[in-house]
Design a protein around this ligand. Structure first.
Ligand code: ATP
Length: 271
């Protein structure tokens, strides 16, 4: 990982096809490929500002940010908002300016503001007055920028975000990512199992057919994409313990033995 001040250059070999579900978001992003090119301004198109993706943890927000940069062949610069506010009083504005300067120097690029909710609500040492100013100047820059810096902001906690950030016209679009639907779960299972079956030691008699995916999708209601991946890894651990290929039962057992976060939370609410 290369770093430049508060920014981290993220290298990830992820394609948009590696993101299961989230079809609207993927389609929206795919259409914006090349919007910063001179040809786009010949169409009278304004340079894209960026997108805000909020929603449930572990459902593909970070994965999408990585996939989009890779699909567009642009460097991905990740800014940890917590770090912007971690310094001395007054320096968070400077930190943000510095990050913007670095991103502009790397243009065309994707600037990924991860966990932006960390900059608000007095967290990470920033009082709301400071964070309001810092974000105010960031939003102004985002709207007026002339360099090709596509902004992807991600947040887990939608409710902690200030209304001015959510106002129409700030970002080009705002997407809410929820727990995957049954169809989305089937494609996430398929992606993660198939990827592992490419390893010769793992592949055996198991075929990832429609019936298996339907069963896994049915049983994993309430699971995030990250939890589905965790179940696949759990199944692989079992197969590896016996040094044999992956079996259908491994997947089902790993799944049944897991309690997804959404269920734990629901229990906590009803308890
Ligand atoms: P967080 O804010 O907790 O990081 P996130 O929404 O950004 O949540 P990711 O980091 O994108 O979640 O997901 C973690 C991992 O879970 C991914 O690297 C991927 O392996 C798996 N995963 C999550 N969602 C999906 C998805 N829609 N398709 C395929 N894999 C997924």
């Amino acid at each position: 990982v290369r770093r430049s001040g508060l920014l981290e250059f993220v290298e990830a070999e992820v394609a948009l096809g590696d993101v299961g579900g989230l079809e609207n978001l993927k389609r929206w992003l795919a259409k914006r490929d090349g919007l910063w090119l001179a040809e786009a301004s010949a169409y009278g198109l304004p340079a894209p500002r960026g997108v805000l993706i909020t929603g449930v943890p572990g459902c593909g927000k970070s994965l999408t940010a990585k996939a989009v940069a890779a699909a567009w062949g642009l460097p991905l610069l990740r800014l940890d908002i917590g770090k912007v506010f971690a310094g001395l009083v007054g320096s968070s504005e400077q930190n943000m300016r510095e990050a913007i300067r670095t991103a502009e120097a790397a243009a065309p690029c994707v600037l990924w503001l991860d966990e932006i909710e960390k900059g608000f609500g007095g967290g990470a040492g920033g009082d709301s007055g400071t964070s309001g100013r810092v974000f105010g100047s960031f939003l102004t820059w985002m709207q007026e920028k002339t360099r090709a810096v596509f902004v992807i902001a991600t947040a887990n906690d939608f409710e902690g975000l200030p209304p001015e950030l959510l106002r129409k016209g700030r970002f080009d679009e705002i997407f809410f990512v929820d727990l995957p639907t049954r169809a989305e779960r089937a494609s996430i299972w398929a992606l993660h199992v198939q990827r592992r079956l490419r390893h010769r030691a793992v592949a055996g008699a198991l075929t990832v057919d429609h019936a298996l995916l339907a069963e896994l999708a049915e049983l994993s209601d309430g699971y995030s994409g990250a939890e589905i991946e965790q179940a696949v890894v759990g199944a692989l651990v079992d197969a590896y313990a016996e040094r044999r290929p992956l079996r259908r039962d491994d997947l089902l057992r790993a799944l049944v033995n897991m309690v997804p976060l959404s269920v734990t939370q629901a229990e906590r609410i009803t308890a």
